[in-house]
Design a protein. Structure first.
Length: 249
């Protein structure tokens, strides 16, 4: 593909999504990391994008309407999720059995996983597909298909996850709170998360700083039950807890 064609694709992705990741561009354009880095550097010099760690976002000077703050906040959260995903993937060791929860941050992890002889279990259709494409052995839980998130939920999925003995589990949460613990809006999803936590030697909650202080309707674990990988501007009251691991972007 010609340079101009790659640049056009990158700019179209930026306009549509507000941000792009190097790893995604490498896959979509079938280009090397160095090529994508050069493309983004060139576009950044021209003022058409802003480089960030692991990708690019629209330059802050471009937006001009009342949705600017929301758009930029979404872009920032995406980069925070990317940093968390990279850190989480680095915790995986060769030969381990890993549970990957459904969610955007756990899906971002997949591009950064490089271990050998790994086996995965997940309740996310998209995760299973991408892990298979990367050559990893992956088992998907049985149960009810939730079309909105493409996740498998329900009692059958909760029962099937119990039979495993995971080395590590990586879970998402809609809220992280000192009193309420880790929370999610869906009872069916909460059951699966609870069972995955109980079946794992090490449990990690992946949450950007915006999730802290939020409380969703259903709790699936107490605050002390897992390590929490977080990126972003974290409230000072959480910094003293040993299970909080702050990730630099």
């Amino acid at each position: 593909m010609l340079t101009a064609e790659r640049h056009k694709f990158i700019l179209e992705e930026l306009r549509e999504k507000g941000s792009v990741l190097n790893t995604e561009l490498m896959r979509e354009l079938e280009a090397s990391e160095s090529t994508i880095r050069r493309d983004i550097s060139r576009l950044a010099k021209e003022g058409r994008c802003q480089r960030v760690h692991g990708g690019a976002i629209l330059p802050e000077s471009l937006p001009g309407d009342q949705d600017d703050a929301v758009t930029l906040r979404q872009q920032r959260h995406r980069m925070e999720k990317l940093a968390i995903a990279r850190e989480a993937a680095g915790l995986i060791r060769d030969g381990e059995l890993i549970y990957l929860d459904a969610g955007t941050t756990t899906e971002l992890m997949i591009d950064f996983i490089h271990g050998k002889n790994l086996t995965f279990v997940t309740n996310a259709i998209s995760h299973a597909r991408r892990l298979g494409q990367r050559g990893y052995t992956c088992y998907i839980l049985g149960g009810q298909f939730k079309s909105v998130t493409e996740a498998i939920v329900g009692e059958e999925a909760s029962l099937s996850v119990r039979k495993y003995n995971f080395s590590r589990a990586f879970l998402g949460a809609n809220g992280v709170d000192l009193q309420a613990g880790f929370t999610t809006p869906e009872l069916k999803e909460a059951y699966i998360k609870q069972q995955a936590m109980a079946a794992s030697r090490q449990v990690y909650i992946l949450a950007d700083a915006s999730k802290f202080g939020r409380v969703a309707p259903i709790s699936f674990g107490s605050f002390a039950e897992a390590r929490v990988l977080v990126a972003g501007q974290l409230d000072d009251r959480y910094r003293s807890y040993e299970n909080i691991w702050e990730v630099s972007e």
